[in-house]
Ligand binder design. Structure first.
Ligand SMILES: O=C(O)CCC(=O)C(=O)O
Ligand SMILES: [Fe+2]
Length: 207
């Protein structure tokens, strides 16, 4: 199993982050790894996934008007989770070497959006908070069709739409956390993803 990104892939990601602040890449992971990650979501959804909340620390609360996904945080001691975390470690090191971003740790959760679920437009980090620096979203939906909904809309800082990204199996989206408002449109079918955030040293867990 490959647990590192190649130097040329890392070059491409670093260039895109500098030029545009985001990138969408397909088929970067081995299909078996993607299939195992997806299986994990559906095997565990009813047992370990919890309704997602918003806010941080004591401020954290559920708000079903804003988001309706269920989540489980990835754990390094779980082999399947770790296959993803190792790739993200390689991304972190590759970007730190190229861009001196000082990315320090990474937190990520599986998310399952059941039919009707959405996540309204939001930004993953408060400006200047230095908490979440870089967001990753990885999709695991093999049969996705346009009428399934659940696209990820990415907006400019002035709220103009940049792109609608279909949640396709094996697609990875990476963007600067403070810069891009984004939104998960209501899905009509089960929609699986892994959302993750690189943080700098000394920052807090959570949004
Ligand atoms: O699953 C997605 O497409 C993105 C989820 C998201 O924006 C988040 O969890 O902060
Ligand atoms: Fe987000």
């Amino acid at each position: 199993m490959v647990c590192e990104f190649s130097e040329s892939v890392l070059d491409g990601i670093a260039d895109a982050i500098v030029d545009r602040g985001y990138i969408c890449i397909d088929n970067l992971f081995e299909p078996e790894v993607v299939a195992r990650l997806r299986d994990k979501v559906f095997a565990e959804a009813d047992a370990t996934f919890k309704p997602a909340s918003i806010g941080r620390g004591q401020e954290q609360h559920r708000n079903t008007d804003i988001r309706r996904d269920s989540i489980r945080w990835l754990e390094p001691h779980c082999a399947v989770d770790n296959s993803y975390l190792l790739l993200m470690e390689s991304l972190k090191n590759g970007l730190n070497r190229r861009l001196f971003m000082g990315l320090f740790d990474y937190e990520s959760h599986y998310a399952l959006y059941r039919p009707g679920a959405f996540y309204k437009k939001h930004v993953d980090a408060l400006k200047g908070s230095q908490n979440r620096i870089l967001t990753t979203v990885f999709f695991m939906n093999p049969e996705w069709q346009p009428d399934h909904g659940g696209v990820l809309k990415l907006y400019e800082e002035d709220d103009s739409l940049i792109e609608e990204l279909a949640p396709l199996m094996g697609r990875l989206v990476i963007f600067l956390s403070e810069r891009f408002p984004h939104e998960v449109m209501p899905t009509n079918v089960d929609r699986a993803s892994i959302a993750g955030w690189f943080r700098v040293a000394g920052s807090q867990h959570g949004f």
